[in-house]
Design a binder for this molecule. Sequence first.
Ligand code: C5P
Length: 231
Amino acid sequence: MRRSSEGGDAPVICVDGPGGSGKGVLAGALAEKLGWRCLDSGVLYRAVAALASAAGAGLDDEAALARLAQGMDAETEGGRLLLNGTDRTADIRQEQVAKAASAVARHPAVRQAVLRQQRNARRAPGLVADGRDMGTVVFPDAELKIFLDASAEERARRRHKQLRSNGMRVSFHKVLADIRERDGRDSRRAASPLRPAEDAVIIDSTEMTIAEVLDRALALVGQRRLSKGGA
Ligand code: C5P
């Protein structure tokens, strides 16, 4: 099988999809089941956005943003972010950082800088990578590509519930508008737009529980003989 030139030859499962589709939860659960590492690639773009805000770099300044991305030391294990030695996990979960991340991620030079860091996460015994372009650009030779989708309304409902349970007062309509805005920017951009890879399996989770989505994904893992012992 063809392998990417950087980042070793461990097996990879890609979980791509729009914000709020549940791909982070699915990727984490799959990684735990398989005993593999997990890469949340969105965290890297959020990290660049956080660094840009601290440095006063404009979201249109591609060269400055790319320099920040190249120089950053981001450790992202277990949903946490250690950025240049400081724990920034809570900061990068803010909605304004998500918006800024989507603006930062439009720039090809930023994506190029982040590419190497993503491919470096490919280590034995395997990697589950979640994002927007894991299957189309970062790991085109992955063993399994899942594209997890859900309607914008359902994704907004989930995000709204999550924000409210974290004590944030925000209206459902605002959350839905933000999701639509980010979807539009992520899908229409020229560099690595959000779209399923040709060989991705599309799962629409609009009417599925997390457990049902995980069962479906584990069935695919079993079919491709990716679980321990090749079952
Ligand atoms: O997945 P998350 O919401 O953390 O991603 C934040 C933003 O980072 C997305 O809206 C998207 O613009 C960008 N992103 C990307 N490519 C990825 C992961 C995230 O462009 N692989």
